[in-house]
Design a protein around this ligand. Sequence first.
Ligand code: ASP
Length: 282
Amino acid sequence: MKDVILAVHGGAGKKAPADLEDAYRAGIEEALRAGQRALDNCVDAVEAAVLALEDNELFNAGKGSVFTADEGHELDASIMRGSDQAAGAVAAVRSVRNPIAAARLVMESTPHVLLAGLGADDFALSAGLVTVTPDYFSTKHRYQQLMEVKGTVGAVARDTSGALAAATSTGGMTNKLTGRVGDSAVIGAGTYANSVVAVSATGDGEVFLRGMAAGTVAALMEFAGMDVTEAAAEVVFTRLKALGGTGGLIALDREGTLARPYSTPGMFHGYLTADGTIGFFG
Ligand code: ASP
């Protein structure tokens, strides 16, 4: 895919049941439009796109997040600016409504990269972000299948200056232990951006952590001379597969080439090109 300026994913997993496909498509398009409006700055764009997906209960991030083993919700999110490799993340938060906004604040207003748990929720509250009670994240599912197809969300963007950014947000894996942190909160695993490529991943979080999924795409491009399509495929189809993990990622290089490999039956994703064309894949 060429000339891409923004791409989003809504998670790797099963394909959407036919009766929900339109709703997923609409959610992906809405996120692309939200990101497009903010595309003067690639960090604003990925935050806006992910925030729209967090607010959409069809996706496993923000509202509609999956349940932990103790029937609560703990959310992970991270964001990275490629130009200077600044990054911010929150892990296992329970009350900030939009974890991606908290991750951005960690990046921009603290000397840290990752805040976790209560401290992260307190930080978000004192920074003025909206907080909610845990029931906000729970949704009553009309469709049992919905839980089976839900995935993490993410975005990658390239702004007019050619700068790149990536963001990822998730409710994690269904039935995870309280305190479990997945790849989506970890820079280099679920999210990575530098001056060469921006990457947001989705899939078996433990394997993506062990395989340093997103960072390895960048490393293969920088150190092994691969292009974005080769590097992304190598990570998803060879390295993560060898570790026993399935999933996918979106990777956007500085020329606007988008790679979007996935080893699951489906990965909701969409892209926007410089001429305003939107593409959607279920
Ligand atoms: N990678 C996410 C996690 O492990 C889950 C997903 O992508 O669906 O938390």
